[in-house]
Design a protein. Structure first.
Lengths: 241, 258
């Protein structure tokens, strides 16, 4: 029992060690001055470690088993409409709850408010941040749907990626400059803690239940889409807003 | 103390709302479509409670530690007093320390990234050792280090982000045509693997802090993009690593033959 509590703690500590190491190295050797408010920072880091440990443990206990079982069951069921609906809902739901995306969206809203792109009120910031997150979540949902169709049809992944890149290039020309950076970043943000394992489970489950599809080659394309479509959707959101 | 508690409660409220969609999706499909009870329901519910509590702690800790830390490092490594300059400078050569810090941060966080360790191990097992797990991890870490450092250079110089990313795409596409087929999918995946939940906020704060320090740069226009750099460059270094390995193997064969 103790082991089960300590293991995720040790894992999230390990995530943080390199950051603390690099920062400490630069503080001691390069800047040669103590950090201001060291106690506050350490307290915050402790919260990060404990939070991350609880979060991953919770994912292991709750989300992943039911999500993976569902993905496998629906992949085997053969109803295309249900499968696509599930794919979209899974992409959307996991992205809305992605902590890294929440953090970035809030930060983006703060920066936009300081840069006077939106009114500097709590309400406007929250609207902006939510709009951004829902846009990204819808785009990930669409990406997973597209990825599922690709697995079913056996389309080669390179062509879709190339089409996606072309979309990014074209939209960059139309999007307002202040959204471009956030759009490009949102591609990398979506593919972290929750989305990757559940989406991979869907892809692998699907690929292994269709004859002639290899789980290795066909199961993994989903993540690549999920980090491409957010760029396109966020820029479109910025251009249309 | 009560302010602290209030902010925790506020985060708790929004976090519950954030977790509702995925809970609805999973339970909805389970009960309405599969029409089967959830196996081990109490365990699953406990899992969801832990997810919410964990997210609350994490987001609060982020606000108190990771964001300030990123901003602080950007500020102290670019302050004119530290650099020994009379006034804030716009010359990119004056900011070597921040590039070095960014590279070190990118390298260290990537080399220790658990998801990457797992992927590298798996890749080495599948290819029967042709892809070396350590070589792959080093390739990805070097890619992230170069990417984030170059991203900082871009922020300092204020050159447009799309130029870098689009030329990166072109390079990736060219490499895709020539790289060994087995590595391509893996290379594309490493791009997403490197940007973990802890690294993303810190790197974002670093970029925003840097953009607000360098004269003439605005956080809104120049501050973002580091994460995009960090997920683009590993694709290139991983394919480059595979290409170099293939080239070396071919040369060795040629030498043996002659």
């Amino acid at each position: 029992m103790l082991r089960r509590i300590l293991l995720p703690l040790a894992q999230s500590l390990r995530d943080l060690t390199p950051i603390v190491g690099v920062v400490a190295l630069f503080q001691l050797l390069v800047l040669r001055q103590p950090l201001p408010d060291l106690a506050g920072l350490l307290g915050g880091l402790l919260l990060v470690v404990v939070g991350l440990a609880l979060f991953t443990k919770g994912l292991e206990l709750g989300l992943f088993p039911i999500g993976e079982a569902l993905a496998h069951a629906l992949a085997r069921r053969g109803s295309l409409a249900l499968l696509l609906l599930f794919a979209f809902a899974l992409g959307f739901g996991t992205t809305v709850a992605e902590p890294a995306l929440i953090a970035i969206a809030d930060e983006a809203a703060r920066v936009a408010a300081q840069g006077l792109a939106i009114p500097d009120t709590a309400e406007a910031r929250q609207d902006y941040s939510l709009g951004l997150r829902y846009t990204v979540a819808i785009s990930v949902g669409c990406a997973i749907v597209l990825g599922v169709i690709r697995i079913l049809k056996g389309w080669p992944v390179q062509w879709l990626i190339m089409a996606g890149y072309a979309g990014v290039v074209v939209l960059t020309g139309f999007a307002p400059p202040e959204i471009v950076g956030i759009a490009y970043d949102s591609g990398g943000v979506t593919t972290s803690t929750i989305t990757v394992p559940l989406v991979t489970a869907l892809g692998v489950g699907l690929a292994s239940s269709i004859a002639g599809r290899s789980p290795l080659v066909d199961g993994f394309g989903l993540i690549a889409f999920a980090s491409l479509t957010p760029m396109i959707f966020v820029m479109a959101y910025g251009a249309l807003r | 103390m009560s302010g602290w508690l209030d902010s925790l409660l506020a985060i708790l409220r929004t976090t519950v709302v954030d977790v509702v969609p995925i809970a609805l999706v999973l339970f909805g499909f389970q009960y309405l479509v599969l029409r089967r009870p959830v196996p081990r329901l109490p365990r699953v519910v406990l899992g969801f409670v832990l997810v919410v509590v964990g997210m609350v702690f994490f987001l609060e800790g982020l606000e108190q530690a990771l964001f300030p830390l990123g901003r602080l490092m950007a500020q102290s490594l670019t302050s004119p007093e530290f650099l020994g300059l009379p006034a804030p400078s716009t010359a990119w050569q004056d900011y070597l320390w921040i590039y070095l810090f960014a590279a070190a941060l990118g390298f260290a966080t990537t080399i220790a990234e658990p998801a990457l360790i797992a992927v590298a191990f798996e890749a080495s097992r599948i290819t029967g050792g042709a892809i070396n797990a350590w070589g792959l991890r080093l390739a990805v870490a070097v890619g992230v280090a170069i990417g984030i450092a170059l991203g900082c250079f871009r922020i300092v110089t204020g050159t447009p982000l799309p130029y870098y990313i689009i030329s990166g795409y072109v390079l990736v596409l060219i490499q895709t045509a020539y790289a060994p087929k087995a590595i391509v999918a893996l290379a594309y995946d490493t791009g997403g693997v490197t940007t973990s939940t802890v690294t993303v906020p810190l790197v974002a704060a670093l970029g925003l802090g840097l953009a607000s320090q360098v004269p003439g740069r605005s956080p809104l226009l120049d501050g973002f993009g580091l994460i995009a750099f960090g997920s683009l460059f590993p694709m290139m270094t991983v394919m480059g690593y595979a290409q170099a390995g293939e080239w070396l193997a071919r040369r060795r064969r040629l030498e043996k033959a002659s």
